[in-house]
Ligand binder design. Structure first.
Ligand code: TYD
Ligand code: MG
Length: 451
C-alpha cells in the first residue's frame, strides 16, 4: 500500500494541489498554498449499516419546524425568511467590517424573540463582549456569553446548554487538540467547521460561524468552509462608507443574491429599509458622467448611481479604474462603443464608480454604464429624472432584462419620470414613467447625445 502523502491547499480559496506552487491558479493569490497533513484513512473493515428512508415516506413525517424571525427584517430577508433550525451559516467579511457587531445584535434580537442563544467569542474576553453590548445598548439581552477557543470544550458546553442558536466568532480562532496544526490553519479551520456543522445537524442547534476574509496565506479564509455550510453570507462595505451590505452568496433555504442593507452608526448597525433612497441621497444638480441604474438585488429593486469620469491620459496605456462593477464587463462596453458606434476611448483615462459603495454585478447595468461613460466623454448630462437599464450584446444591440416592471415601479416611486430601456421590454401595466425603448446602442447614442 502506498503511503498517504501530504496534500497542498490554498488557504484563501481552498483549492487543492499535489505539489506546492508559489501562485494559486484558482484564485490568483501568491504564497497562499500551504501543506496539509494527510487525513487518517481509518480502519479498512466495513462499517455498520446506516438508516435509509424511502423518499415517498418523508411526506408523512413531521413538517419542518418554522423558521425563527430575528425581528431584524434586513437579516431575515437575507436568510431567506428567518433562521432555519439546525442550519449552519457562515458569515464572512473583512476584519473590522462589523461582523461581531452584527451578530451580537442578531443574538440579542433572537433572544428577545424567545430563542436560547449562545455567543462564543474566541477573539475577545467576555468582558470585552459585554463592553460592546453596552455600547449597543443590549446589556439586558438574555444572551449567554462564552470566551473559549478549544472546540472540545465548546461542544461539551453546547451539549450541556442546548441553545437553539450558537454563534462562533470566529472559526479561525477555534482548534481541535486532535489536529497538529496551529489555529487558523486550513486543517484546523476545516476540521472545526466540520465538527460544528455535524453537531448542528445532529443536535438541532443552528450555528453561525464567523470567518475573516484573509488576503495572505497565513490564516485560512472562510472560502475553505463554504461547501460545508447551508448558507454563506458575506458582509461587505467600503471602509470610508458607513453602509454595510449583507449578501447571500449561497443559500439552501432561500434565494442567493439577496441583500440586506445596514448603516454603521455610533450605536451599532441600523437597518436601511429603503436602500434606493439612501444610495441616491447625495445627488444634487444634473452632472455629466452620472447615470441612474434601476437594478434588482435579490428580490428587491435598488436604484444606484453610476458615476464616470473621462480625462485625457498622459500614460501609454490609459487608466481603467473601476470600483463596484466588473472591470471585464466595462472593457467589453468600451470596446462595443468603439467598434459599433465609432466612439473611441483611446488616449483617455476612464474612472467608473458606483456611488454609496454598492457592488453591481447585473448585466442589466450595461446601458447605465455606457450612458455614464458617454455622458462624461461628451460632457452632456443625462436628465436627472431618468433611469436606464438594459444588457448590451457584442453586436451593439440592446437586450431586454428581467423584472422590467419592478424596476420601473421603484423608479416611479422615487420620483423619476423617464426611463430608457431596450426595445421589446415586457411592460404591461402603467408604470407612471415615460419609457423610451431603444433597439441598439447606436440609436441610444443618437437620441441622447446627438452623435
Ligand atoms: P466589529 O464588529 O468588531 O468588526 P469585525 O467583527 O468584523 O472584525 O466592528 C468593528 C468596527 O465597527 C470598529 O471599527 C468600530 C465600528 N463600530 C461602530 O462604528 N459602532 C459601533 O457601535 C460598534 C460596536 C462598532
Ligand atoms: Mg470580530
Amino acid at each position: 500500500m502506498s503511503k498517504a502523502s501530504n496534500s497542498f491547499t490554498c488557504s484563501v480559496c481552498g483549492a487543492s494541489y499535489r505539489k506546492w506552487a508559489g501562485k494559486c491558479e484558482a484564485c490568483g493569490g501568491w504564497n497562499t498554498i500551504v501543506e496539509e497533513a494527510p487525513l487518517s484513512t481509518g480502519p479498512k473493515s466495513l462499517g455498520a449499516k446506516g438508516r435509509t428512508i424511502p423518499l415517498s415516506d418523508l411526506a408523512t413525517e413531521e413538517p419542518p419546524p418554522p423558521r425563527a424571525s430575528s425581528g431584524i427584517d434586513e437579516l431575515d430577508r437575507v436568510l431567506g425568511g428567518g433562521l432555519v433550525p439546525a442550519s449552519a451559516i457562515l458569515v464572512g467579511g473583512d476584519p473590522g467590517i462589523g461582523k461581531s457587531t452584527l451578530l451580537l445584535q442578531a443574538a440579542a434580537s433572537f433572544a428577545r424573540k424567545g430563542l436560547k442563544c449562545l455567543y462564543i467569542s474566541g477573539e475577545e474576553a467576555a468582558a470585552q463582549v459585554r463592553m460592546r453590548a453596552q455600547r449597543l445598548n443590549l446589556t439586558d439581552a438574555s444572551v449567554m456569553l462564552g470566551a473559549e477557543t478549544n472546540l472540545r470544550d465548546i461542544l461539551t458546553t453546547l451539549d450541556a446548554e442546548r441553545p437553539q442558536l450558537a454563534i462562533i466568532d470566529s472559526i479561525q480562532t477555534m482548534w481541535l487538540d486532535s489536529i497538529e496544526a496551529a489555529p487558523g490553519s486550513v486543517s484546523q479551520v476545516r476540521a472545526s467547521a466540520h465538527e460544528l456543522v455535524t453537531f448542528a445537524k445532529r443536535r438541532g442547534v443552528a450555528v453561525i460561524l464567523v470567518g475573516h476574509v484573509t488576503k495572505d496565506g497565513q490564516i485560512a479564509g472562510p472560502r475553505v468552509v463554504e461547501h460545508m455550510v447551508d448558507t454563506v453570507l458575506y458582509f461587505e462595505g467600503e471602509r470610508g462608507h458607513q453602509f454595510r451590505i449583507l449578501r447571500a452568496v449561497k443559500n439552501r433555504f432561500g434565494p442567493a443574491d439577496e441583500i440586506g442593507v445596514f448603516e454603521m452608526t455610533g450605536g451599532g448597525l441600523a437597518q436601511v429599509p429603503n436602500p434606493s433612497a439612501l444610495f441616491l441621497a447625495n445627488r444634487d444638480q444634473p452632472a455629466p458622467g452620472s447615470a441612474v441604474f434601476a437594478g434588482i438585488e435579490g428580490t428587491r429593486p435598488v436604484l444606484t448611481e453610476i458615476q464616470a469620469l473621462v480625462a485625457p491620459s498622459t500614460l501609454a496605456s490609459p487608466r481603467r479604474t473601476v470600483v463596484g462593477l466588473d472591470s471585464g464587463r466595462v472593457s467589453t462596453i468600451l470596446a462595443v462603443l468603439e467598434a459599433r458606434c465609432g466612439i473611441p476611448f483611446t488616449g483617455l483615462d476612464v474612472f467608473l464608480n458606483v456611488a454609496g459603495g454598492l457592488r453591481v454585478s447585473e448585466p442589466a447595468s450595461d446601458l447605465a454604464v455606457a450612458g455614464a461613460l458617454l455622458s462624461a466623454r461628451e460632457d452632456v448630462a443625462i436628465p436627472p429624472d431618468m433611469v436606464l437599464f438594459g444588457e448590451i450584446s457584442l453586436s451593439g444591440a440592446l437586450r431586454p432584462v428581467g423584472q422590467t416592471e419592478n424596476r420601473l415601479k421603484e423608479a416611479s416611486k422615487l420620483g423619476f419620470s423617464q426611463a430608457t430601456v431596450p426595445s421589446h421590454s415586457k411592460i404591461e401595466g402603467a408604470t407612471g414613467l415615460a419609457v423610451r425603448q431603444m433597439p441598439d446602442l447606436t440609436a441610444f447614442v443618437g437620441e441622447m447625445f446627438g452623435a
